[in-house]
Write a protein that binds this ligand. Structure first.
Ligand SMILES: Nc1ncnc2c1ncn2[C@@H]1O[C@H](COP(=O)(O)OP(=O)(O)O)[C@@H](O)[C@H]1O
Ligand SMILES: [Mg+2]
Length: 353
């Protein structure tokens, strides 16, 4: 059932605070920006905003902006007129038209082009747009909710996101806490997903998790957040003996001695970082670094550098499977220096200190 799928589980204070903020913002007819790491539940919050608003009986239309290229996105958002391009035989109603009277949820907004951003700004400000290939201005009454896992203010400072669109969207910003900041909710969520999976498998009961399995889940840092937890638990349930409590948890389904070597650049880079860090010599390479791309001046040098630092820290954490000491080594930092960076960029919550 739709309602069931959208149940939001959690009692941690950080999460309850967020739910309260969402309830407060819901009835206002203003845009809302939902920010959070992947898998933190942005789509569920968007649904909550819609169903708690006066628009709840009207459509909630969703679109993932990262899933399609610029021209398709423009077409999907604003529709096209018949004959707008070869193959466009009929009028196509865009998502704005289909969401008329209701809510449009745009996921992964940061990936949109400046042309699409410009059109979005106009629609938010004046409710006006044209279909692709059309000259008639159409009006719509749509509440926009957008989501991102990027730092939009930094993207705006560096010219990669329209600052005026950000100002309009940021009427209210709801930031979802990553799962590692709400560890108290891990048992609740794990039980919930385990019971749903038990039902799906048509088993009579769920034998529970052993203390070891639960503490392994409590200690995991969950880079993929609730989506990752859901996968991990569902996998554990379906592989388990129904009569025996689950006592081991497989976090990485790819782990295998037979995993193929890949030639993907990202994997090469990761492998290189690990190899470099492992080398005892720890002598800094005197090789000159490859020149970076030509910048589109003017830029905010400090914001650019901060963003670069954050990206490298995140990569190091991922490469080190969230082992902070190892990640520090990958960056040739002492553990304390590394912790300093984590604090500076809000990578750690009070629980991790
Ligand atoms: N509080 C929650 N309670 C139960 N399930 C949740 C909760 N938050 C997220 N989920 C589930 O986790 C998965 C990822 O959520 P989603 O909203 O798609 O994340 P995001 O859009 O932030 O990547 C979905 O299957 C969703 O149903
Ligand atoms: Mg999403």
């Amino acid at each position: 059932m739709r309602q069931d799928r959208e149940r939001l589980i959690g009692e941690a204070p950080e999460f309850l605070k967020l739910l309260e903020a969402a309830s407060l913002a819901a009835p206002l007819d203003k845009p809302v920006l939902i920010v959070g790491e992947r898998g933190t539940g942005k789509e569920g919050i968007a649904s909550r905003l819609h169903y708690l608003s006066n628009r709840w009986e009207a459509p909630l239309v969703k679109l993932n902006c990262a899933a399609i290229n610029e021209s398709l996105l423009e077409n999907e958002l604003f529709g096209h007129e018949a004959g707008a391009f070869t193959g466009a035989s009929k009028v196509h109603y865009g998502r704005f038209e289909r969401a008329h009277g209701g809510t449009l949820f745009l996921d992964e907004l940061a990936t949109t082009s400046s042309l699409v951003q410009e059109k979005l700004l106009r629609v938010i400000e004046y409710g006006e747009f044209e279909r692709v290939g059309g000259s008639k201005t159409l009006l719509c009454d749509v509440r926009l909710i957008a989501a991102t896992n990027e730092n939009l203010p930094v993207l705006a400072q560096t010219g990669r996101f329209r600052a005026d669109l950000l100002d309009r969207l940021a009427f209210d910003v709801l930031t979802l806490p990553p799962l590692r900041y709400r560890t108290a909710d891990i048992p609740l969520l794990a039980e919930y997903f385990a019971l749903s999976m038990t039902q799906e498998l048509e088993r009579d009961f769920f034998a529970g998790f052993s203390a070891e399995a639960m503490s392994a889940m409590m200690e995991h840092t969950w880079p993929g957040n609730i989506r990752e937890l859901k996968n991990v638990v569902e996998r554990a349930v379906y592989k388990s003996d129904p009569d025996v409590p689950i006592d081991s948890i497989l976090f990485d389904p790819f782990s295998s001695p037979f995993q193929p070597l890949t030639t993907q650049p990202a994997a090469e880079a990761a492998a290189k970082i690990t190899a470099d860090a492992a080398s005892e010599s720890a002598v800094k390479s005197s090789q000159p670094k490859a020149p970076c791309e030509q910048a589109a001046f003017p830029i905010e040098l400090k914001a650019e550098i901060a963003e670069h630092e954050k990206a490298l820290i995140e990569q190091a954490l991922q490469t080190a499977k969230h082992n902070q000491r190892q990640a520090a080594k990958l960056l040739s930092l002492s553990y304390h220096q590394f912790r300093g960076y984590l604090k500076k960029y809000n990578f750690v919550g009070p629980n991790d200190c």
